[in-house]
Design a protein around this ligand. Structure first.
Ligand code: FES
Length: 281
């Protein structure tokens, strides 16, 4: 059993938990995910790792309520425990695999949308601890939906908060702030990492492609069981078919077919849709 040491509400329907899972904590790297199960009969839910403390043996996860199972997770309190906490799974972030000398010369921009701030945080923190301070944009619909601002502020080189409705920080979509940083501030980024809702990643990629900035995206949002078996996270990346949970979750954003991925994940939500997808495969 994997005990919850802390459970905290970050925003409406978004919760953070510190879970005692020493084996996962000792091996995990930024970009990876875990699969949790509440009890023997529970569904397997893939969740990205938001932080980890190897000495304390804890892993921090952030859950957004999107259905019955995720809602059950968010109702759990400190002192309760998960039946399973499997991981680390998926590939570590490409950035941390790079040669340190070339990484230190790079100007890096992270764009996080909504709950996407959770998988962005450990990457920014890792870079900061290795002497690389990245620029970070955290976007949310409204002021109340901005998460992890304090934590991110401590590890980001420059942090820009944006809200779609202008209730906090810069006003408008994250893409407006990308344009501001590049066109008005004259920043020349070597790479952009965008993680958030698929529609956000799509528009960030359209913009960075125009600007000539290589962009990595994380396809966490389309994962369902995280095992490589359900087929929900199948996606077209350039000429290849990939599975987000096995081959990713990170991919070259300029090669991902977002329209197809969004359509697929919509279809996957209904039984009829899943049957149709099976026929097509
Ligand atoms: Fe099911 Fe990847 S999430 S195959």
């Amino acid at each position: 059993m994997y005990k919850i040491l802390k459970a905290e509400k970050l925003a409406d329907k978004i919760y953070l938990m510190d879970v005692h899972a020493p084996r996962v904590a000792s091996h995990c790297e930024p970009g990876q995910f875990v699969i949790v199960k509440i009890d023997d009969k529970g569904e397997r839910i893939p969740l990205t790792i938001c932080d980890y403390d190897r000495e304390a043996g804890t892993v921090t996860i952030v859950t957004q309520v999107v259905g019955a199972s995720s809602e059950k997770i968010t109702r759990m309190q400190a002192g309760e425990a998960f039946r399973d906490f499997t991981g680390p799974l998926g590939c570590a972030s490409e950035l941390i695999e790079e040669d340190m000398e070339s990484l230190k010369k790079k100007k890096i921009l992270f764009v996080a949308g909504g709950v996407g701030a959770a998988p962005v945080y450990p990457q920014v923190k890792w870079l900061h601890e290795h002497g690389v301070d990245a620029d970070v944009i955290v976007g949310a619909k409204t002021k109340d939906m901005v998460i992890l601002e304090d934590m991110m502020g401590k590890v980001a080189g420059n942090l820009y908060i944006t809200t779609d409705d202008g209730t906090y920080g810069r006003s408008g979509m994250v893409t407006e702030t990308v344009k501001y940083l590049v066109n008005e501030m004259g920043n020349q980024y070597d790479v952009c990492i965008a993680i958030g809702p698929m529609i956000m990643m799509k528009f960030v990629c359209l913009l960075t492609k125009e600007m000539g900035i290589p962009t990595i995206v994380s396809m966490n949002p389309i994962m369902v069981d995280g095992t490589g078996m359900c087929g929900a996270c199948r996606l077209q990346v350039g000429d290849e078919i990939k599975f987000a949970c096995v081959d990713g979750p990170e991919f070259d954003g300029h090669l991902v077919d977002f329209d197809q991925a969004m359509k697929r994940s919509q279809m996957y939500k209904s039984e009829e849709g899943r049957a149709m997808l099976k026929l097509q495969e």
